[in-house]
Design a protein around this ligand. Sequence first.
Ligand code: 5RP
Length: 224
Amino acid sequence: MTQDELKQAVAAAAIEEVKTAIQDGEIIGIGTGSTANFFIDLLAQFKGEIEGTVASSEASAERLKKHGIPVYDLNSVDSVAVYVDGADESNHALELIKGGGAALTREKIVAAVSKRFICIADESKLVDQLGAFPLPVEVLPMARSHVARELVKLGGDPVYREGVTTDNGNIILDVYNFPIATPRKIEEAINNIVGVVTNGIFACRSADLLLLGTPSEVRRLTAK
Ligand code: 5RP
């Protein structure tokens, strides 16, 4: 199976999870990236059965709207029943690195609001320890050099992601060579640097369920 076929399979499995999880009138949170796009495209077949969605990026909102799926402003909904999104890495505690598509801040907000977070990924994303994937950090533009110096003090090698402006008008620093042994602590430490909007470690709000695509099956993993 190709990586895209694995992503398609987990997206289909997520549709089944969502169909059983949501009640009439409940809102679905939608992630960003190629795996989330497969989910959006499948969700379109059931648009008549759902109240609507909130999106974690302008790109996902646009894709949802093209399918005729209602997209609400997060401030106009009381709650989000379930959030479905991909990841760049997951460990066995379902703590994640996200933000490869630069949407980490809105993704973290939607995940925080949602009652349940279903992560969908192909098997290449499951790791024993987070950090082989460079950690994205969203930063206010004027704080770029300051935040970079602070990230070096924490032991990483930050690299400015050229040509990328987030949906919030900020820049991304990707932190290389930064093994993450204590995800929660490091998430909090980076978020405490002045000028950081947020970072791509999802440990304070980890996933509740990981649907992992393998060639033989879609595995259902809950936190160990
Ligand atoms: C975007 C993300 C994505 O979920 C992550 O990059 C995974 O993307 P893909 O599904 O394309 O592999 O965090 O900011």
